[in-house]
Design a protein. Structure first.
Length: 732
């Protein structure tokens, strides 16, 4: 069905001319007659080209745009550029080169921003989220874009009261409640914020809105009379104190009352603070706080205050710059009344959003967005036709980006995030099988960098597996963590598969592999980790037949070589009990060329430098170093003689070894003190713990010390045995 040509009704034409005349007067010299002639031409051409249509409510877009421009001028303080941009946007004039030539770069920039945000709506986003609000802010490189959209939504909400299109009215009202009212609040536009909230409630919860409105109207006369009775005595006292001021009563907004009723789960009659008294002082800047507290003192002398309800935003203003002193006092007829004390400057800030230290809380990524919006606030505060706005182009790279799923969900990512990051954000399995994606309908690689406003779809294949180089593609910690986990799981599975494969090949050749020989082979082939060795087999980079051949070669070499000892000066000392104070630089010499095999000092006998020792090859391929007189030595020699290798200390280092001495003696006064004194006097011995028990006149105890060699230990034992009363000192 072809759409009817756009035409003005007579009433709309009259309204448009009135609004045009009003805007010309308000904007003044900033908008010339030439501007109006050009603008009229642009709008006429847009109508002739068929780009101007009534919206879903049947509203005239040009009249709506003029009304929006009036709100921008009167209630926000915007001027020429915003008025022109609002009209061009409403009429779908998007020839940016022509706009720049006719109206200048600033107008073109604003119009471009408005259309960019309009395109976001075409993606059917889920608007009830902080992410979408932040996306709007990041897209609006000039803050006037957001201010115009707030004004536009206020205008539409005012005009759709009687529309028959209730579904569209409901959708627009939800957006006003979830999106535009919070934006207006964060920008300090409190009057517009309250209006959006009230109108949203009116359209979304009709019965609740009119119930509260009727009850407010029914109680208005008595409420006004009570306010007069309350403020009368206060007015006299303040005038007597010589203060310049005016007072007014302020009824809470319908939306605010409804929220309080839901929160407190009570009826209208259960809300006691339906109104507040506002005392506004005409005070010099340097006397503001002093005079506010003076008023506080006068009122609390007259009426009993509720200390729990004191709100001091004088000393520390709110994060959005709001300054005021709120007190609740018990007025006539035993009714609690809220009193707000502030100055003309503070009231102007509270009413019109000219907050001095406004801070946007929705973005936690750092100072760029905060600084940008703080500058916007400074421009609003300056009020100089907002010419300062020209400085606020979003030239800095944003810290965060916001991208859509195909169904309109919105996710926040760090700048430079890729399709792979997006895939892992959806689900681990989606990430693990990702092969690429579609960004705004175009097929791209998984390393494609994302930008705010992109719609992203992930492409997967069931046989895809994470690769190590994915860690260089992913940006988010979550994606990197998931990739590492997947790689680890894959490596474990591949390792088990490769190990079983190799064992089958050995069995086929009737060879029983020895762990010590296999460990030596792995090290000799240059692998630090056994898992890397098996992964190469799983990836078919190593041939099992070649490995078996090399194994036989190493085994035969070991069996034929003489048992002479060679230096193992490349060993790394690793103690599971952290017995050394730092990494050992001692060097062991053991028989056969077993360089690179890890060894440990056995915890069963705690060998130290100078002890006669031997090595025992463990099932894992490492070597445990035991003392010759280790309690387990006889059993090891009997059952596993083929695993024992010769070992000796190659040279003394700077490490200290932990050993335990058992001391037994008479429980005489001072004997323990004498023992500990001997140890503490030796700078090269460190006492770690002492545990003494006494029974029937005897004491026995364990001393754990750190000592550098057997010679130092023998000297200590000799000194301890010389202590009077000590009967026995033995090493455990």
């Amino acid at each position: 069905m072809e759409e009817e040509p756009f035409v003005f009704s007579r009433d709309e034409l009259n309204e448009a001319w009135e609004l045009r005349r009003y805007l010309m007067e308000k904007v003044g010299d900033a908008m010339s007659k030439t501007d109006m002639v050009k603008l009229k031409g642009s709008l006429r051409k847009a109508i002739e080209d068929g780009r101007v249509h009534r919206d879903v409510f049947g509203l005239n877009p040009i009249v709506t745009a003029l009304e929006t421009a009036r709100i921008c001028v009167d209630e926000i303080g915007l001027r020429r550029e915003s008025v022109i941009a609002t009209l061009l946007w409403a009429c779908h004039v998007d020839n940016y080169e022509e706009i720049m030539a006719k109206y200048g770069e600033t107008v073109e920039h604003i119009v471009h921003g408005l259309f960019k945000i309009q395109h976001l709506y075409d993606k059917n986003p889920v608007i009830e989220s902080d992410n979408f609000r932040n996306l709007l802010l990041s897209f609006a490189e000039d803050m006037r874009v957001i201010l115009i959209m707030i004004a536009d939504r206020v205008c539409v909400m005012r005009l759709i009261r009687d529309t028959p299109n209730k579904d569209a009215q409901h959708e627009v009202s939800e957006e006003a409640s979830y999106l535009y009212a919070p934006l207006a609040h964060k920008l300090g536009l409190y009057t517009l914020k309250s209006e959006l909230e009230d109108l949203s409630l009116k359209y979304l919860e009709h019965d609740a809105y009119y119930m509260i409105k009727e009850k407010l109207n029914a109680t208005k006369q008595s409420r006004d009379a009570y306010i007069e009775r309350f403020i009368g005595p206060i007015k006299e006292r303040l005038e007597k104190a010589g203060l310049k001021f005016h007072m007014k009563g302020r009824t809470k907004s319908i939306h605010s009352i409804w929220q309080k009723m839901k929160k407190q789960q009570c009826g209208f009659e259960g809300i006691y603070d339906l109104f507040a008294i506002r005392i506004i002082l005409d005070s010099p800047l340097e006397l503001e706080k002093q005079q506010c507290w003076q008023v506080y003192s006068i009122i609390t002398d007259m009426y009993q205050p509720n200390p729990k309800r004191l709100r001091d935003w004088l000393s520390v203003p709110k994060s959005n710059g709001y300054e005021s002193l709120h007190i609740t006092v018990l007025g006539p007829e035993k009714k609690w009344v809220e009193v707000q004390i502030r100055t003309e400057r503070m009231d102007d800030i509270a009413e019109h959003g000219l907050a001095a230290h406004w801070r946007y809380k929705g973005i936690k990524s750092g100072g760029q967005m905060d600084e940008w919006l703080a500058n916007i606030r400074a421009a609003l505060e300056a009020g100089d036709n907002l010419q300062v706005m020209d400085q606020f182009k979003m030239s800095l790279q944003p810290d965060d980006i916001y991208v859509f799923t195909p169904r309109g969900d919105l996710f926040k990512f760090p700048a430079h995030s890729t399709v792979l990051d997006f895939a892992y954000r959806i689900h681990s399995n989606i990430g693990n099988t990702c092969v690429g994606g579609k960004v705004n309908g175009k097929v791209v690689q998984m390393r494609q960098e994302l930008h705010s406003g992109d719609t992203v779809e992930v492409l997967t294949q069931s046989n895809q597996k994470p690769k190590h180089d994915w860690l260089n593609i992913a940006v988010t910690p979550k994606a990197k963590s998931k990739i590492r986990l997947a790689l680890k799981e894959t490596r474990q599975k591949d390792g088990l598969y490769a190990k079983e494969l190799l064992e089958r090949r050995f069995k086929n050749k009737h060879i029983e592999p020895e762990e010590s020989v296999m460990a030596h082979l792995v090290k000799k082939m240059g692998f630090k980790e056994v898992s890397d060795f098996y992964k190469q087999i799983a990836d078919e980079k190593l041939d099992p037949n070649d490995i078996i051949a090399k194994y036989v070669e190493v085994r035969d070499h070991i069996e034929s070589k003489d048992r002479e000892t060679v230096s193992a000066d490349q060993f790394n000392y690793e103690s599971p009990e952290e017995e050394l104070t730092h990494e050992s630089d001692d060097v062991l010499t053991i028989d056969q060329n077993l360089k690179g095999i890890d060894y440990q000092l056995a915890p069963c006998c705690h060998p130290i430098y100078g002890d006669p020792i031997f090595g025992f090859v463990t099932t894992g391929g490492g070597i445990k170093i035991h003392r010759m007189d280790c309690p387990n030595a006889p059993e090891m020699r009997r059952r596993f003689g083929y695993r024992i290798v010769k070992a000796r200390w190659a040279g003394k280092g700077s490490s200290k070894y932990a050993i335990t001495l058992r001391v037994v003696g008479n429980d005489d006064i001072g004997i323990v003190s004498n023992i500990t004194n001997i140890i503490s006097k030796d700078e090269k011995i460190v006492m770690r713990s002492i545990n003494i028990d006494s029974h029937d006149g005897l004491f026995s105890g364990n001393l754990t010390i750190q000592v550098e060699d057997i010679a130092r230990l023998n000297q200590l034992v000799k000194k301890l045995k010389a202590v009077k009363g000590v009967k026995q000192v033995e090493r455990i």
